[in-house]
Each structure stands twice: as C-alpha cells, then as structure tokens.
Write a protein that binds this ligand. Structure first.
Ligand code: SPV
Ligand code: MG
Length: 438
C-alpha cells in the first residue's frame, strides 16, 4: 500500500491497557504512516465501565505510552465515547484494531464513524494481533486482578472512582460469570456491574435451605471460592449477624485472606430471619453497645488496611423508628464501622432517603449502602443525590432463574418431550462454549 504522508495529519488512537505488547506497537507503527500520532489513555473511571479495573494508575499508564517510539503526544481520554476527543483534536484518522467483538466495541465503533462523518476524518482498522504472546499477557492481567491482595483493595478504590458502586447478587460460579461479563452498550452509554454481593438469602435458597444462618461458614466460604475462581470483581459478603464476637474475628481473618473486600453484619441477635419478613416473624435487635463490641473486635482482628466491616441497621425493618436508626448509625461508626447499610422493606424509598439525608448532615464521609429490593422504583441517580455510595441488587439473579427453570420443568412434563421449551433456552452451542477453557 502506498501512503501519502501529510505532515500535519493527526492520527489518533486510544489505549486502555496496563501493558504494552506487540499488538500496540504494530498499531503505532501503522499509525505513523498516516501522520503525527496522538494516543489517548482512557481514564480509570471509564476503564472500569468498559474494560476492566486498571492495575496501574493513570499516570503510570501515561508514562508507559509516552515511551513508545513514534508517539508524539499523550492525552487522557475522559470518556469511552470519542465525542470530546474528535471535537478537540479534529483527527484526520482514528486507528483501531479490528477486534470489535462485543456490544460495547460495536457501540464505540459506531460512535467513531458517526463523529468522523460529521467532523471529517477516516477510521482505519488494522488486523488485531492475536498471537499466543498477546493472549498470554491478556490472561495474566486477568489472573492478577483476581489475586486476593489486589481484589480486596478494589472496593475502596471504586468508592473514590465511581458515583455509586453497582453491586449484583451472585451465588455460584455461573452467576459470578454473569456479574463479571454482562455489559450493556448503546449510543453513548456503556456500563457494567462493579462489585458482587454474596447474599445469605440466595446462598441459602440455592441450597434449598432457609435464610437463618443455617448454612455454615465453611459452606459459605466454598461459595465464595467458586465465585472467585472465575471472576475478578470485588466481593461484598453478607455476614448475617456475624455470630458471636469470638467467632466473628475468625470470619474476618478468613474473608481477608480469601480476598473479600467487605463484610456486612446486621444488628440482630438470636435466631436471625430474613429482613424482608420484617415484624411478621420474631426477630430481635441487638443492643447498641453489644453490637459495637462486635464491630470493635472485628476491626481489631483485621490485618489489612483495605478490608471493610460495614454495619447494617435493622431499625426501620423492625419498626423502631428513624431516631433509633440514626443513633445506631453514629454509634456503629464511632465503634469503627467502615460503612453503614440501612435497610427497609417499604415499597417507597422515602424512609431510606430521609435516613441518608439526616445521616449525611452529620457525616459526609462514611459510605452508605442500600438494598432496593422492595423500594425498587428508586433510581441510581436518586440514590447518588442522597449520598448513597453502594447499591446492592441483592436477589434478582436467583429470582430470575427460579421461574425460568420451573417453566422449563413444567413444559417438559406437560408435553412429554423437550421440544416446546427449546426456543426459550440457551442453545446447546452456547452452553457448551459458555465457559472459557484455559
Ligand atoms: C440478603 O440478600 O441475604 C440480604 C438482603 O441480607 S435481604 O434479603 O433484603 O435481607
Ligand atoms: Mg442476608
């Protein structure tokens, strides 16, 4: 191919990587044939939405790119979509590998094409370098993200990076994969979950057991391990009441060692029942000082800086009133809690939002966690406005699976064959290729 190189042509490409491999070098080599090469480094908060959590800081990633021969300038790209970049730089060319494999990539490609149509310029797509070395580097990056030390620290980092940490319930390797890989993309929006919740309700239900702390810790840790084996996102563990303080300290150590980022314990005592029963069943709230002792014991036992113990307040669930909820929140923070979870089973979010507003009047820092299972009309934007930092979608994957499975079982029984249900099911091809092999 013959290139006519115009000195002032600008060629732009964006990197969202922690390692420069031969694929990137090929791309720059090709780019330099078209003009002056400017590289964008995607900022951390957008990396999280689109790709995966960066292992290096933005500055380190900028430095990495600066050192590539033929790169004349490095900028930080603040949005995964190219609108600002194209308006600011007016690149004559945008160059990209041809690996537009998933919905997110397809949306980005369309965004680039639309912008270049409007502002002038051309998209150059070069064959993506898929060789053993590049694939190995990619899988090493994934493995690193799953290492306990790195995974554990990621929840605290996310709290400073995204407006609200979107957390989805997982109860198995398979649901872990859904949390890890599900991504939505449209014209100007790409998103994915940032963290995973290991719910006591779903972990118990999955085993056909009631949610009364009957599934013991050894079994719950196995669930964690199954999920950890196939994911990299941070984990928030539902620790129920935490048990007695003398046991809770061991739980804290084990969770830390495994790489879990946070445990949430609720201020109930005696036989714990699921909060969504509210006052329909007998449930007893712990007294403030006794629960504070448990928090303190956990914080003393903790060895790493980044593990979080989050105190869950059941006052609204047990109809003890707003003042009681707030009094407990401040006491639990004083005892060392790293966050507060406030729960409600009302259909409207009013009391939760009132709590958040009142809590934030006195405490602007401590992360607030909410679980909008009953008050599910509330949006993430509303929660952000009221100072919420983590939203947990606590049981939706399990609730989605149950009716779908029941429906399939009924259809087979009814028709005495599996043909009628088949088109509602994942195809055989998809199921046998769903799990990546090493
Ligand atoms: C869970 O998911 O197990 C929870 C949240 O604790 S709730 O079921 O709403 O109590
Ligand atoms: Mg629970």
């Amino acid at each position: 191919m013959i290139f006519i190189k115009f000195k002032n042509n600008i060629v732009y490409t964006c990197f969202c990587t922690d390692v420069i491999h031969e694929g990137h070098l090929n791309l720059i080599n090709e780019a330099k044939n078209y003009g002056e090469v400017i590289v964008g480094v995607l900022c951390d908060s957008e990396m999280v939405k689109y790709n995966r959590f960066p292992l290096k800081t933005t500055d380190e990633r900028v430095e990495l790119v600066k050192n590539i021969p033929n790169v004349s300038k490095v900028i930080i790209q603040d949005n995964i979509m190219y609108d600002d970049v194209v308006k600011d730089l007016h690149p004559d060319y945008i160059i990209h590998g041809d690996n537009w494999s998933d919905d997110a990539m397809v949306a980005i490609r369309q965004n680039i094409i639309d912008l270049l149509d409007e502002f002038g310029g051309e998209l150059i797509e070069i064959p993506y370098t898929f060789n053993e070395n590049v694939l190995k580097i990619d899988s090493q990056m994934r493995e690193k993200l799953a290492m306990p030390e790195l995974r554990r620290a990621r929840l605290k980092k996310l709290l400073n990076l995204v407006p609200i940490v979107k957390t989805i319930e997982v109860h198995s390797g398979l649901t872990g994969l859904i949390a890890e890989k599900t991504i939505v993309a449209d014209d100007n929006h790409i998103d994915q979950f940032e963290a995973m919740w290991i719910s006591s309700l779903c972990d118990s239900t999955e085993k056909g057991k009631p949610d009364i702390e009957l599934v013991d810790m050894t079994s719950r840790f196995r669930t964690i391990n199954d999920i950890m084996e196939v994911t990299t996102k941070p984990i928030i563990f539902d620790g129920d009441t935490g048990g007695i303080a003398e046991h809770f300290v061991y739980t804290v150590r084990s969770l830390e060692r495994m790489g879990v980022s946070a445990v949430i314990i609720e201020d109930k005592i005696g036989l714990k029942k699921n909060s969504l029963f509210g006052t329909e069943v007998k449930q007893t709230q712990d007294d403030i000082e006794h629960f504070c002792e448990k928090i303190r014991a956990g914080k003393n036992a903790q060895l790493s800086e980044d593990f979080m113990i989050i105190a869950r307040i059941e006052s609204l669930i047990l109809e003890q009133g707003m003042d009681d909820a707030l009094k407990r929140a401040f006491a639990f923070c004083d005892a060392g809690a790293d966050g507060i979870m406030i729960h409600s089973r009302r259909n409207e979010p009013d009391e939760i939002l009132e709590f958040c507003d009142k809590f934030r009047q006195k405490d602007t820092e401590t992360p607030i966690v909410v679980v909008p299972s009953s008050f599910n009309t509330v949006t993430e934007d509303e929660l952000i406005k009221h100072g919420v930092n983590i939203v947990i979608y606590a049981n939706q994957l399990l609730r989605a699976a149950f009716p779908a499975m029941q429906n399939a079982a009924k259809s087979i029984l009814k028709h005495h064959r599996a043909h009628e249900i088949d088109e509602e099911l994942l195809s055989i091809k998809d199921i046998i290729t769903l799990i990546d092999e090493l």
